[in-house]
Design a protein around this ligand. Structure first.
Ligand SMILES: NC(=O)c1ccc[n+]([C@@H]2O[C@H](COP(=O)([O-])OP(=O)(O)OC[C@H]3O[C@@H](n4cnc5c(N)ncnc54)[C@H](OP(=O)(O)O)[C@@H]3O)[C@@H](O)[C@H]2O)c1
Length: 323
């Protein structure tokens, strides 16, 4: 079977399509036929071995895992011993971030416990967009506590992978959403339902007069001291950290700055592939309350091109790879 693999850490050019032995499921495992996978920034980080500190776990000099791809939706094709929760033909989905990666392949062998059932009324394409990015959006929204109707919610870096989920879910909860991203993406943000949009290349939201009840920060580009300014009294700020440094700074300083300024500032501990999150996302996708944004579809043989598009920042929504 075909699988996207890499041997060294490095940019997209390290990827290649390999013909590998079809997997045989061991105890507790199943083989999933991949119907759709999607790309995430986390896949790029996985390729590059970024941040460097993560290589302690993933291989200091060379990656210990050659396989690539975390978001997967597919059909159970084989069931190993000691699996009672799944049967051949079941529709499933997952974020394989901590389950061995490998979604970019014809098939992937994975512990049955890592898979959630995918309802019939959610297409494979729609499902593949959501496990990683949709869960991050749900978890960061949860971290700021319940959103009350009419609250002013600012989403910084709303035009990437996570933002489209965050914008739509915040709107569903009755928020007045302001979305920030590059000027080229403002129409996309409006189309997602954002009430107001800001071009980060023209306006610094930490310097303006506008105040927000909630700030979800996906871009992670400003210091904790700058980020206190756009918060209204009692406002809540949460960071999806991209860098270990900003995670540490926000964890240590956020609560202190928050206490001094009458706000709540912090980050959260992401938990990948939570069944409850996937069930909630399945409901939102099935009902049409959240519309998956699909930028382009690529075949497995064009995965490198798909990664280049992800890297370019030109995508409007998720990039799918369909084996
Ligand atoms: N903390 C954790 O536990 C955890 C867990 C998983 C993932 N992550 C990280 O969380 C991030 C998830 O975000 P994502 O996948 O949505 O990223 P993404 O696709 O890169 O989206 C980020 C968006 O922010 C925009 N942006 C860049 N600079 C900006 C600025 N100065 N102000 C406002 N927006 C700006 C980007 O636009 P341009 O195209 O113009 O650059 C892009 O549209 C990833 O980096 C991932 O590695 C964190």
């Amino acid at each position: 079977m075909r699988a996207v693999v890499r041997d060294p850490y490095g940019p997209v050019d390290v990827l290649r399509i390999d013909n590998i032995e079809p997997p045989v499921p061991g105890s507790g495992e199943v083989v999933v036929r991949v119907e759709a996978a999607s790309l995430n920034m986390a896949d790029l980080d996985h390729l590059l071995g970024r941040p460097r500190a993560s290589r302690v776990a993933t291989g200091l000099f060379r990656p210990t895992n050659r396989r690539v791809g975390i978001d997967v939706a597919g059909t159970v094709e084989q069931v190993g011993p000691d699996v009672s929760s799944l049967r051949v033909g079941d529709r499933v989905w997952a974020d394989l971030f901590d389950s061995g990666h490998g979604a970019l392949a014809d098939r992937v062998c994975v512990l049955a416990s890592a898979l959630s059932p995918l309802p019939d009324d959610v297409s494979f394409d729609a499902a593949a967009t959501a496990p990683h990015s949709g869960s991050l959006a749900l978890q960061c929204l949860r971290a700021v506590g319940p959103i009350r109707p009419g609250e002013r919610v600012l989403i910084n870096g709303a035009g990437g992978c996570v933002g489209p989920f965050a914008v739509q879910i915040a709107k569903l909860r009755g928020a007045q959403v302001t979305a920030i991203d590059h000027g080229d993406k403002l129409d996309f943000l409006r189309d997602l339902g954002a009430d107001e949009v800001i071009d980060y290349t023209r306006e610094d939201f930490t310097r303006g007069a506008r105040r927000f009840d909630v700030v979800l920060d996906i871009a992670d580009t400003r210091s904790v001291f700058a980020l206190r300014r756009p918060l209204a009294p009692g406002g809540r700020y949460v960071l999806i950290a991209r860098r270990i440094g900003s995670f540490a700074a926000m964890t240590l300083l956020g609560p202190l700055v928050g206490r001094l300024t009458g706000t709540r500032m912090g980050t959260f501990f992401w938990q990948p592939n939570q069944r409850a999150d996937l069930d909630e996302l399945a409901g939102l996708l099935a009902s049409g309350e959240v519309v998956p944004r699909i930028d382009r579809r690529y075949g497995l043989d064009d995965t490198i091109e798909a990664f280049r598009r992800l890297e370019s920042g030109a995508a409007r929504g998720k990039i799918l790879v369909l084996p």
